[in-house]
Design a protein around this ligand. Structure first.
Ligand SMILES: [Zn+2]
Length: 153
């Protein structure tokens, strides 16, 4: 293992990346519950995700497919909607799981969603342990870019 990642199996209570006392076991349990509610009749690839909010709330989501495949919603979409629907705030830790209950990486689009709602310090459980968003989406495009590159009008 290299980098700031930590193997959750060997050190579940690790404060590495300091998730500031993130209860990864609880996030995993909630993500797994959500995965079991996924609507994935076409891919049979259920996904669930849970995120810890900076005020202590936990928000969650599952993937929702559609007969028009292209409009399927990733689990993170539901979680971000849950975040704002229940009061907003910033994501500080996220755990996404697949049908086997193991950590699953967010797709490219969803990394952008996590960046918008959690920023570079948001911690994400990955198959290699916990890593901050700054490593999962290097040189990310974000709000600051809108403000500094809008050009003259
Ligand atoms: Zn996604």
């Amino acid at each position: 293992m290299s980098g700031p990642g930590v193997d959750p199996a060997s050190d579940p209570a690790s404060d590495v990346t300091s998730g500031g006392g993130v209860d990864w076991d609880d996030l995993h349990r909630r993500a797994t519950q959500m995965m079991q509610r996924a609507y994935a009749p076409y891919s049979s690839f259920p996904v669930g995700v849970a995120g810890l909010v900076d005020d202590g709330r936990v928000v969650a989501g599952c993937n929702v497919e559609n007969a028009a495949y292209g409009v399927a919603l990733c689990a993170e979409c539901g979680m971000v909607s849950d975040l704002h629907a229940t009061g907003g705030g910033r994501l500080v830790a996220v755990y996404c799981v697949g049908g086997d209950g193991q950590a699953l990486m967010a797709c490219g689009r969803c990394r952008q969603l996590l960046w918008e709602n959690g920023g570079p310090d948001c911690l994400v459980m990955t198959p290699l342990g916990v890593v901050p968003m700054a490593q999962l989406l290097p040189q990310a495009f974000g709000r600051d870019d809108l403000e500094s590159h809008h050009g003259a009008r």
